[in-house]
Ligand binder design. Structure first.
Ligand code: BDR
Ligand code: CA
Length: 304
């Protein structure tokens, strides 16, 4: 099994990605770390605990940063609801799985103690990952790859050109892309095509316990408007881990714009080599939507 750490801000699409990863036979989730993003770090941590209780999985959880490195925090409760995971009455979780260490220290310990290089899977803003790489650069030697959901080679969803996870903490994202650790980026180019339609959602309802929970959450995702498809952004990072052949991937240089008055927080994906910088990321530019849908539904069937 491939050992991974998921850094997350659940988040309705995070909840789905977590389900698939936690029930996958090919992945071993060693640690879950939380990050302020879709809502505050307290709320997303509680959401992660609710999900683990629901799935009956005892994975340690470490609480991460409650704000970006420099910019002011803006959440996405307009998309995911006030709780970050509106739409399902979860049982209140206990705090037993919560570690006393900060996420950054828990990641360091888990990485350094692993006999096999660990893959980091950030599906929220990159604050914790940037802090980890700056505070404990020795971890780089035992990180296999960072497979992240974030950024875009085209347009944005937070600003004209910026994607939410990157734009929430652009300085952190810049640190991560400049870190020298191999990166795979599943951004909006694929997230916008990884869609769940009303008929898929209907099929989830009676699929199994997880499917029916996700069905309920989907009634509240983006205020319940499903006709144009619900975007399974964070599942794309998990899909990349498990079935990379569904993506069209290009290796290139990616940097993050910090100062542009119109473009701050955007990933600059140098597809034509203007910057003359070495490649630092494998960027998913396209996705086979038929393969994705089949993989997605099959994966959720196993979440039982
Ligand atoms: C990203 O932003 C969040 O709202 C989602 O959970 C996803 O990680 C998409 O831009
Ligand atoms: Ca997320």
């Amino acid at each position: 099994k491939r050992p991974i750490i998921i850094d997350t801000d659940p988040g309705i699409d995070d909840a789905v990605a977590l389900a698939i990863a936690l029930f996958s036979e090919e992945l071993e989730v060693k640690l879950i770390t939380t990050i302020a993003g879709n809502v505050s770090v307290d709320k997303v941590t509680n959401n992660a605990l609710k999900l683990l209780k629901f799935f009956n999985k005892d994975i340690p959880v470490a609480i991460g940063s409650n704000e970006p490195l420099l910019v002011a925090f803006e959440d996405a409760s307009n998309v995911h609801g006030q709780s970050g995971m509106d739409g399902y009455e979860f049982e209140e979780p206990t705090q037993e799985l919560v570690l006393s260490e900060h996420a950054v220290n828990a990641m360091r310990r888990t990485i350094m103690n692993s006999s096999v290089p660990i893959t980091l899977v950030p599906i929220g803003p990159l604050t914790n990952i940037a802090l980890l790489l700056k505070m404990y650069p020795e971890v780089k030697e035992n990180i296999d790859e960072i497979v992240l959901m974030g950024g875009s080679a085209s347009r944005g969803n937070k600003g004209v050109m910026s994607e939410f996870n990157i734009a929430t903490d652009p300085e952190a994202a810049k640190i991560v892309f400049a870190s020298g650790v191999p990166i795979a980026m599943a951004g909006l180019d694929v997230g916008w095509k990884a869609l769940v339609y009303p008929e898929d959602c209907a099929a989830l309802k009676d699929m199994n316990k997880t499917g029916s929970m996700i069905h309920s959450l989907f009634q509240h995702y983006r205020g319940g408007s499903m006709k144009t498809g619900l975007k399974m952004y964070d599942s794309c990072a998990i899909a990349y881990l498990l079935k990379p052949e569904m993506f069209e991937i290009v290796e290139t240089h990616v940097d993050v714009e910090l100062n542009g008055s119109l473009t701050a927080g955007c990933t600059v994906v140098d597809l034509k080599g203007y910057l003359k910088k070495p490649n630092n990321a494998k960027v998913c530019l396209d996705i086979d939507t038929v393969m994705f849908k089949e993989w997605f539904m099959d994966s959720l069937k196993k979440c039982d």
